[in-house]
Design a protein around this ligand. Structure first.
Ligand code: PRP
Length: 214
């Protein structure tokens, strides 16, 4: 591995599916089938580019520590994990969805302190504080939509895409917290120390994103 090798941390799942065509258009293809392999570190068709496949919430950590020079992660993850040590250089416009509050259909919000269930505890805490709404935040790791139905919480903060999961669980969207899409983040030191290859890659991805859809 040369000093100019670039390591890119990718987010597995839906984001990965939408990332691969962007990378391919920028001239980077994994050396093997990244979506079916159980491996987590991949060579690519470019000698000096390798790819990691991570849980989205781990991408900022790998990039912050410089283990990956750059990464692709949802804005929800970046908002939750604070972007310290990272430059967010590009909105890739993929995996678009909304981060919202949601509650039981037709149920008025209780007066006073409320309970909010979410895996986005930092975002939820900030949002409630900005609203001047007193709230206890309950951390969950998934299936947030069950919480209001089961009386664990008055509201949830979660990703909404089609809205089908909310609907199927008797919930309705309430307030929009943020529009979400995947972002390219770069380690600050890598941008200085590996300026030429990092900048070249950022520019090719920027060109792909700016190009009209085929
Ligand atoms: C996300 C989110 C919702 C669902 C929303 O979960 O947490 O449950 O998608 O999508 P919809 O509005 O189209 O129904 P995901 O399936 O990504 O799994 P996760 O709980 O692991 O995040």
């Amino acid at each position: 591995m040369s000093r100019d090798t670039i390591t890119i941390a990718l987010t597995k799942g839906r984001i990965l599916k939408e990332t691969l065509p962007l990378l391919a258009a920028a001239g980077i293809e994994p050396a093997e089938d990244i979506q079916t392999s159980r491996k987590l570190l991949f060579a690519s068709n470019r000698d000096q580019v390798r790819l990691l496949v991570l849980r989205g919430s781990d991408v900022p950590t790998y990039v912050r520590h410089g283990v990956a020079d750059m990464g692709i992660a949802g804005k929800d993850i970046l908002l939750e994990n604070n972007g310290a040590g990272l430059y967010e250089l590009l909105d890739l416009g993929i995996a678009r969805c909304r981060l919202m509050t949601a509650g039981l259909v037709g149920q008025a919000q209780p007066v006073g302190r409320i309970v909010v269930a979410t895996k986005f505890v930092n975002i939820a805490r900030r949002f409630m504080a900005e609203r001047g709404q007193q709230a206890d935040i309950v951390k969950l790791y998934g299936a947030m939509e069950l919480a209001p139905l089961m009386g664990l919480a008055d509201l949830i903060v979660d990703i909404v895409d089609s809205g089908n999961t909310l609907k199927a669980n008797g919930l309705e969207p309430r307030e929009l917290i943020a529009g979400i899409s995947s972002r390219l983040v770069v380690n600050r030191a890598s941008l200085k120390m590996k300026h030429q290859p990092v900048q070249a890659l950022v520019e090719s991805l920027a060109a792909v994103v700016a190009a009209p859809a085929p």
